[in-house]
Design a protein around this ligand. Sequence first.
Ligand SMILES: CC(C)(COP(=O)(O)OP(=O)(O)OC[C@H]1O[C@@H](n2cnc3c(N)ncnc32)[C@H](O)[C@@H]1OP(=O)(O)O)[C@@H](O)C(=O)NCCC(=O)NCCS
Length: 179
Amino acid sequence: MDGVRVAAIRALTAAEALARRDDIAEIWPEASRDRLDEILPRHAARAGFRFFAAEEHDLMVGFSYGYLGAPGQWWHDLVSAAMTDEQRRHWLAPGHFEFVELHVRPEFRRRGIGGTLHDALLDGLESRTAVLSTQVDNDAALALYRGRGWQIVVPELRFAAGGTSYSILGLELAGEDEE
Ligand SMILES: CC(C)(COP(=O)(O)OP(=O)(O)OC[C@H]1O[C@@H](n2cnc3c(N)ncnc32)[C@H](O)[C@@H]1OP(=O)(O)O)[C@@H](O)C(=O)NCCC(=O)NCCS
């Protein structure tokens, strides 16, 4: 079959996402299967969880997911502690969205799939802001996020002593503006 192959982007329910853990583990090699089995069910149970899969001929070639961030969550609390009061009030206000993961299989990259998964994940959200972390040297991700309006809020944060350095980024969303 010739011609341009276009990945279909589809929202999965939490149950569907959990049932596709094998595909997710393949696309996200940095997460061990044990870790995935631990974090995905926890994340899938959170308020506002949404998951998008990019598929080509029944193969999952990429995915994105996120949920509403809230105090008491590990990532939220570490990021909150690294922010100034003003940043915290703005970026982590109740109802903010955490953009948790975005991955595309290596052989399918640079074809617009990551950008489309990014846009789908944020489309229609009522949140006023979204936040994420990405490695300080992740040029591909940083290019994608910068091109879509994300700004660096905390330039460098390590979630574990001596571990990888991450940047915390924030995005203003249209959201619900009652003013
Ligand atoms: C980051 C990632 C999701 C991008 O996926 P992708 O399908 O290649 O992205 P796209 O083809 O949609 O490109 C989106 C934008 O990013 C830019 N981009 C993508 N890869 C790039 C690279 N290696 N270097 C520079 N820019 C890059 C593209 O030019 C494009 O810009 P445009 O929208 O202005 O045209 C993919 O590289 C990936 O899965 N990386 C490993 C996992 C990861 O790091 N995830 C992010 C962690 S937060």
